[in-house]
Design a binder for this molecule. Structure first.
Ligand code: AMP
Ligand code: MG
Length: 318
């Protein structure tokens, strides 16, 4: 059922049920993080590998501290500047957070979402919400209540509707468990902004080194439509692919080789934030064309363009 009743959602969560929640990044599949049996339902419903830890959400850092989580000074500095917002901080977990939430890691991932309905829900409960994206593991993340319903229907007791996500990409994840802050996932907050506030460069070896990913969700094919997706330009496609039915996802203008009706432009104004917001719904729309191939343009390697290219690359893996 889809609805807007925050107290109903809070009651279900208190009773160990799952609720899909709106955030500014993507919709989450939430459970009471202190209730191991409820958290187990998240893994089961998503078909998520047990080794992939979950982010916990609350409406204030005071609550995280009161739950025995230690937050290093540099992490607090980022939190002050960017929370609530599309930033997740990985910090030592303390001993109150169940191991099932962190998949046995000694650290926990924290976020305060910047979404009115979600913040009202979080302030109505006295426990954190463990919540990964509300989609079957590996598929496209949902950016509306309808997307969640299309995938799970009545399998989730309640989908709290908070409209379309304003950021549309998962959060940027920074780890504070080593000597220098490390980037674990590109996301809805540009790394340039984070580095400006920290006054130093992030350690980026953790995302570049795919052999040993510290964020396990970063390894495999992910964010993937059902149709095969290829990144590049029409000219560079092999001849056999040029002859197939192609739908194209593009940044700001049309490719002259493909009919306009078979192209999805993400931002006519050439705005990367706007493009990021509609990327996942564009992938869903592209899937509905039932083409042989989704041809996605490579985006500029700056700001959220880096995160968009990251998602496209994972969708391309097969
Ligand atoms: P999702 O909730 O699907 O957006 O995925 C959350 C991401 O955060 C996954 O890629 C996890 O691997 C990562 N993550 C969550 N907790 C931790 C942690 N304690 N250490 C490192 N990465 C984490
Ligand atoms: Mg996910």
């Amino acid at each position: 059922m889809i609805g807007t009743d925050i107290l109903y959602a809070a009651n279900l969560l208190t009773n160990g049920e799952l609720v899909a929640i709106p955030t500014e990044t993507v919709y989450g599949l939430a459970a009471n993080a202190f209730n191991g049996a409820a958290v187990a339902k998240i893994y089961e419903t998503k078909g998520r590998p047990q080794f992939n830890p979950l982010i916990i959400h609350s409406n204030s850092f005071e609550k995280f501290l009161s739950w025995g989580i230690q937050i290093p000074e540099e992490a607090l500095k980022l939190a002050e500047k960017f929370s609530p917002g599309p930033l997740t901080l990985v910090v030592p977990k303390g001993n109150k957070i169940p191991d099932i939430v962190t998949a046995g890691h000694p650290s926990v991932a924290l976020r305060i979402p910047n979404h009115k309905t979600c913040l009202e829900l979080l302030s109505a409960i006295d426990f954190p919400l463990a919540a990964p994206s509300a989609n079957v593991s590996g598929s496209i993340s949902p950016t509306s209540a309808q997307h969640v319903y299309e995938q799970f229907g009545e399998k989730i007791p309640y989908i709290l509707d908070g409209g379309t996500c304003s950021i549309g990409l998962e959060s940027t994840i920074i780890s504070f468990t080593g000597n220098t802050p490390a980037l674990l996932r590109l996301g809805g907050l540009a790394i340039e902004e984070i580095e400006n506030v920290l006054g130093k460069t992030l350690d980026k070896s953790k995302i570049l080194n795919n052999e040993n990913p510290e964020a396990p969700g970063m390894l495999s094919r992910h964010y993937a439509p059902k149709t095969r997706l290829v990144i590049g330009n029409f000219e560079d496609l092999p001849t056999n692919l040029k002859e197939r039915k192609i739908v194209s996802i593009r940044f700001k203008d049309y490719d002259k080789h493909i009919p306009h009706s078979e192209q999805i432009i993400l931002s006519k104004n050439a705005n990367l934030n706007e493009a990021a917001q509609v990327l996942f719904s564009a992938m869903r729309t592209a899937d509905k064309f039932q083409a042989d191939l989704i041809l996605a343009e490579k985006f500029p390697e700056t700001g959220l363009g880096l995160a968009i290219n990251d998602r496209l690359k994972r969708a391309e893996l097969s």
